[in-house]
Design a protein around this ligand. Sequence first.
Ligand code: ACO
Length: 368
Amino acid sequence: MPYAHITGWGMAVPNRILTNAELESMVATNDEWIVARTGIRERRIVRAGETSSTLAVEAAWKALGCANLKPNELDLIICSTSTPEHIFPATACLVQDKLGANKAGAFDLLAACTGFIYALNMGAQAIRSGSIKSVLVIGTETLSRFVNWQDRNTCILFGDGAGAFVLQANQEFGGILASVLHSDGSGGDLLSVPAGGSKHPASEATIRSGMHFIHMDGREVFRFATRVMAQATREVIGAAGLQIQDIRWIIPHQANLRIIEAAARGLKVPLEKFIINIERYGNTSTASIPIAICEAVADGRLKAGDKIVLTAFGAGLTWGALAAQWSGPLPVVRKLRPAFYRILARLRSLMRRLRLRLEGWIWGRDKA
Ligand code: ACO
């Protein structure tokens, strides 16, 4: 049975930085309160023209470059997001087109901040089954588009960004070792965007009452998070047949520094075992774990052979954890040139659109 190794990774965040000082001029808050209660100092926010798929594609090109994999060698694209570009088509399909991954299936997965763990698990299981060989797993969010910038309870927390991993089949032991996934829909109302779906389609009333914004019971979510992060971490370490001392790094969902500190206390491990970058990005939901991992690889903390645990919680409610052995990229056979494939994908997409238009025109003319 092949193992699913993480052979490529990449991240993308918008250039625009929104600091706590700037938020002070928008809502009744201050830098001291935000840092003390959350650990966040700044976050990245998309500009006009930047979307969940543009961030996803940027991260994906980096991951493919790292794995030396051509887009048309991908079998599957799973895009985890709570902020898709549309209800449909799936953001994963927009990414598939922009990459020119013309042999890949593509779908979105929604498990909020736990989404990247769910998506990695799904991708790894597909590889483990032997049915496919390579998967692109993306976590991408533009939460700033759903934040009420007049609500100090939520607007200080969230940021935008994306992270992508390439998973590839390999007979050698390693990669994704175990995962645990949980949910409890009875807590769905603790964190939600109430309107815009089939229950409350967009109307003047839903817009007037702010139902398209993120609504959150912060205290309850906090309580839930501090309970489940350590629990899921312990569970997955057991499922992988490991002990906590075997784990080099724990990479938690970056929602609140105090939640991560509570998880460390619950696990009786020092905070230094955790990879934390919440101060610079805030809560980027499903993107927070891959972004933290990309930074840890870049600065040399995370090395090939390290055993790691990813742990998260989020809306749904959902929570889960995943244990992995970090692989590092496979030996390079030939160096991929992402710029070349980027242009090729653009041309192919244009040709496909043109062909569809032409076929439609011919069909219409024949009917007439
Ligand atoms: N600036 C100043 N004061 C504030 C702010 C702010 N930005 N926000 C709230 N306050 C006030 C409150 O109004 C309250 O005042 P009151 O006592 O007069 O009513 C006081 O500060 C304390 O409020 P609490 O809600 O008790 O503050 P707490 O310490 O719990 O921190 C926070 C609030 C940061 C939201 C915390 O509860 C939290 O992080 N919860 C988890 C949120 C989370 O992780 N959400 C994402 C889940 S993942 C996903 O799926 C997207």
